[in-house]
Design a protein around this ligand. Structure first.
Ligand code: SF4
Ligand code: SF4
Length: 109
C-alpha cells in the first residue's frame, strides 16, 4: 500500500493530529535539526514557542501547519520543504502514523 501513497495529493500529516488536539496542544512538531531557525523572517511566520521555550511549527486556527499550501487530499505543497524540521522528514508514507493521519482527515476510511 505504501508505494501507492502520494504525499503531494495528501498532506494529512501536516495537520495537528486528533490526539494532540484532544490534549490541547496548539503547536505542532518540534523545530530542530533544520536551518529554519537561522532565518528570522521564516521563524516569525512558521515557529511558535511552547511554554518551556521550545520551538515548534506554528498551526493556523484549523490546525494546519502554516507552511502547508493547498487543499488536503487533493494537492498540497510545503513552502519550507528544504528547511522542514526532522519530525517532518522522519515520517514516511505508509507507516502507521501516516495511515492514521489519513484516516483522521477523511482521506482513507
Ligand atoms: S499522511 Fe502519509 S501520504 Fe499523507 S502526506 Fe503524510 S506521509 Fe504523505
Ligand atoms: S513544515 Fe512542511 S512538511 Fe512539515 S508539517 Fe509543515 S507543511 Fe508539513
Amino acid at each position: 500500500m505504501a508505494a501507492k501513497l502520494d504525499c503531494v495529493t495528501c498532506g494529512a500529516c501536516c495537520l495537528n493530529p486528533d490526539e494532540n488536539r484532544a490534549e490541547g496542544y496548539l503547536w505542532y512538531l518540534e523545530v530542530r535539526d533544520t536551518k529554519l531557525l537561522d532565518k528570522p523572517l521564516l521563524v516569525k511566520k512558521h515557529v511558535v514557542y511552547d511554554p518551556d521555550g521550545v520551538p515548534h511549527l506554528r498551526l493556523d486556527p484549523a490546525g494546519r501547519c502554516v507552511a502547508l499550501l493547498g487543499k488536503i487530499g487533493q494537492r498540497v505543497r510545503c513552502t519550507i520543504y528544504e528547511l522542514r524540521p526532522k519530525g517532518c522528514r522522519m515520517l514516511e508514507a505508509g507507516e502507521p502514523r501516516c495511515l492514521q493521519a489519513r484516516r483522521e482527515r477523511g482521506i482513507d476510511k
